[in-house]
Design a protein around this ligand. Structure first.
Ligand code: TXA
Ligand code: MG
Length: 333
């Protein structure tokens, strides 16, 4: 694997590599993606192989100009057009009817395609220079923690890809919000970097499946529907903060860490002396900062080889929905 900087010359190399069927890991505003030419089924097959991703899990196709939407989507319902015009480029993926030219391997045989127009200038420039649309899942082995820094990609996929463009840490830190716009009422398929509140402002009603109705008091509904994902090797469990403070219920044997929302809570738990280490997602308790820090903290926690991690359930608002969803899925082994 060759590591590239973000000079124009390097981005040209990355673009040319994509056009010739090679795999390029690239920074986006959400997480690092593992890119391949979306119209080259052999290149896309290599993405599935590098990630050990099951073929039934479709990829997102990335474009860098609004005009390119018609190269991948057969039609754009009015509501999807409103979303695209208002929120692209940005951390939002829209499911649309697919054009026959998009290979089946990209969409796992579905007649729909997931499309995203990222805002990261490096991602945009590479896609532009490739002259094609870029199929890119997150650049991590299937089921493992998503990468928000180039070193995360190098450590876990280094031997399996051709180029890695190092654009520094990702600003948003959680993957794009995925909205199915083929339904009469658009449906949330994955909470992510574009807050649901913002999407509602544009389209009004959105269907939110019960599995995302996690409440402060109970576990998320139908956990069985969610496969394990984002999982560190340590056992991870989710708790309300009040339970973390309750000396009665744990800890189990071994070395344990706590992951809480802000610095004040971290200080409180540290005083209890029941955890070997306590980490805060955001010292000041800011949701955007917490989202940006989430995956890097999970990578670090994994590196430190704790036997167990107890994480706090963050509030269901703004990016909190995405953070809670990722931590919940990380807890499903
Ligand atoms: O922020 C992101 O979205 C990052 C960056 C690299 O753009 N990409 C990303 O890709 O998170 P990935 O493959 O890790 O997640 C794509 C999600 C999966 O949950 C997949 O099942 C869903 O999008 N998806 C893709 N195509 C779909 C389709 N046609 N219908 C429904 N869901 C689809
Ligand atoms: Mg992923």
């Amino acid at each position: 694997m060759i590591i590239l900087d973000t000079s124009e010359e390097s981005l040209r190399k990355a673009g040319a590599a994509l056009a010739s069927g090679l795999l390029v890991a690239l920074p986006t505003e959400t997480v690092y993606g593992l890119g391949a030419d979306a119209f080259n089924p052999l290149a896309v097959a290599k993405v599935f192989e590098a990630k050990a991703r099951p073929s039934f899990d479709p990829l997102i196709v990335h474009i860098a100009r609004m005009e390119d939407l018609s190269r991948v989507a057969a039609s754009v319902p009015p509501l999807a057009e409103r979303l695209a015009l208002a929120l692209w480029p940005g951390p939002l993926t829209i499911i649309l009817p697919k054009r026959p030219e998009v290979p089946d391997i990209v969409t796992s045989g579905l007649d729909t395609v997931a499309v995203r127009f990222p805002s990261h200038p490096v991602a945009r420039r590479i896609i532009e220079l490739s002259g094609t649309a870029v199929a890119a899942p997150s650049a991590n082995p299937f089921g493992y923690i998503s990468p928000t820094k180039a070193e995360h990609v190098a450590r876990t996929l280094g031997g399996k890809i051709d180029f890695l463009v190092d654009g520094g840490p990702c600003a948003v830190g959680v993957e794009s919000t995925v909205i199915d716009a083929t339904k009469e009422i658009p449906e949330l398929l994955r909470p992510g970097g574009m807050p649901l509140e913002r999407i509602r402002e544009i389209v009004g009603e959105i269907a939110v499946p019960p599995r995302f109705h996690g409440s402060e008091s109970g576990p998320m509904a139908s956990p069985g529907q969610l496969s394990s994902h984002y999982a560190p090797r340590s056992a991870l469990r989710l708790f309300e903060f009040s339970s973390l403070c309750d000396a009665g219920i744990f800890p189990p044997q071994g070395r344990g860490a706590a992951l809480v929302f802000d610095g004040e809570r971290a200080a409180k738990l540290e005083l209890s002396g029941r955890f070997d280490a306590v980490f805060a997602l955001s010292e000041k308790g800011e949701m955007t900062e917490a989202a940006a820090a989430l995956f890097a903290l999970l990578h670090n926690l994994d590196f430190l080889e704790f036997d167990w991690i107890y994480a706090e359930k963050v509030p269901d608002e703004g990016l909190g929905r995405a953070i809670k969803d990722r931590l919940f899925r990380a807890s499903r082994k």
